[in-house]
Ligand binder design. Structure first.
Ligand code: TXA
Ligand code: MG
Length: 345
């Protein structure tokens, strides 16, 4: 179904062109799909309150229908009619825990500390919202990138947006990546240069009145969250095979490069020895090392490099593990999801 004439427009992120943003906003208002940069990765946006537009997002990505989308607005109040974060609520609480746990105050604290920015909060869905069948919670984010902020303002819509890649491909960090996956399937792609963070937003679940749960690590680190609201739990994997995933996204394998990725946890020497061994076997090796870069640079370039290895047709990818603290936790989370094998040397 890639038979649309996708509009391509370059926009200066420091001074978004009103005419281009206006054109994109009109497409969103009419139920079309627009891809745009955010501070994390490129997103594929639709009017969140238009069920047909939202269902097309699933269609063009090939995304399983039980994996919900993040709603993007320009302030917490944009979500008043969908998410429950009020301290003086007028409707029935989802649970007693919600009423007494102080989640609402955690929402306020996190919003104050990290919004606009790369943090997504999962909150109880307002029961009276009635918009999203089969869902009890809603993920919301206030991004900081000027282009998506301008688009939200100009369209007057809250924008539902997953990452703008085909399901199972690495998230796109440039407009070129979006073109590879979605050209001809959506109405417009806005090129605003490379996404700054390169990894998707941090997702924290505050919905159940228990200890807040980190579902997806990102540039807002576990340590930063703990500094603001105290205890935050994180467990990367399901406790048992039968247990329901904490987040629908957790049960799908992401970012799978074409060649098997071997994640090596050990010294830089151990990593290069492993790569050499594959070369000796006559294999073309894609090497992902981190030695001379800052972790921020590693995060920013990770998905792009995985896509490059696909293009080059390497036989195997050898990736060097990093310390699981700060942004390193998010990098390792993505590497583990992409890995066919993890080796400790
Ligand atoms: O940085 C980002 O978050 C980017 C940009 C475009 O904002 N968006 C993004 O969306 O990464 P997506 O759909 O690729 O990832 C959203 C993640 C998925 O793992 C999904 O399962 C989880 O958030 N999620 C969404 N709604 C949820 C909910 N109600 N409860 C638990 N997890 C949820
Ligand atoms: Mg995604």
């Amino acid at each position: 179904m890639k038979n649309l004439k996708t509009i391509h427009a370059a926009v200066d992120p420091s001074n978004p062109d009103d005419a281009v943003i206006g054109q994109a906003a009109e497409i969103i208002r009419r139920g079309g799909l627009v891809a745009f940069p955010t501070e994390t990765v490129y997103g594929l946006g639709a009017d969140a309150q238009n069920p047909e537009a939202v269902s097309r997002v699933y269609q063009v990505k090939g995304r399983p229908s039980d994996n919900p989308l993040i709603w993007h607005g320009n302030s917490l109040t944009d979500f008043e009619c969908i998410a429950d974060f009020s301290t003086d609520r007028t409707c029935e609480p989802l649970s007693d825990a919600w009423a007494t746990s102080g989640i609402a105050s955690n929402v306020q604290k996190l919003a104050k500390a990290f919004w606009p920015g790369p943090l997504t909060m999962v909150l109880p869905l307002l029961s009276e919202a009635g918009l999203i069948p089969c869902q009890k919670t809603i993920a919301i984010r206030v991004p900081s990138h000027p282009i998506i902020r301008a688009l939200i303002a100009a369209s007057g819509c809250v924008i539902a947006a997953p990452s703008a890649n085909l399901s199972g491909r690495p998230s796109p960090t440039t407009a070129k990546h979006v073109i590879e996956d979605l050209n001809g399937a959506i109405e417009m792609i806005i090129d605003g240069g490379p996404a700054q963070n390169g990894l998707e937003s941090t997702v924290i679940d505050l919905s159940n009145g228990k200890v807040p749960q980190l579902l997806r690590p990102g540039a807002i680190t576990l340590e930063m969250l703990q500094d603001v609201i105290g205890e935050v739990a994180f467990s990367e994997f399901k406790v048992s095979e039968d247990a329901a995933p904490l987040s629908p996204g957790m049960k799908y394998r992401h970012y799978a490069p074409k060649a098997p990725l071997i994640l090596v946890i050990g010294s830089p020497e151990a990593v290069s020895a492993k790569a050499k061994a594959f070369t000796t076997e006559g294999k073309a090796v894609g090497l992902l090392t981190t030695s001379n870069d800052t972790l921020e640079t590693v995060a920013q370039s990770l998905f792009g490099r995985l896509r490059q290895f696909d293009e080059m047709g390497v036989d195997v990818i050898v990736a060097e593990g990093v310390k699981e603290e700060g942004i390193g936790l998010a990098i390792m989370n993505r590497l583990k999801k992409a890995a066919a094998e993890v080796i400790y040397l």
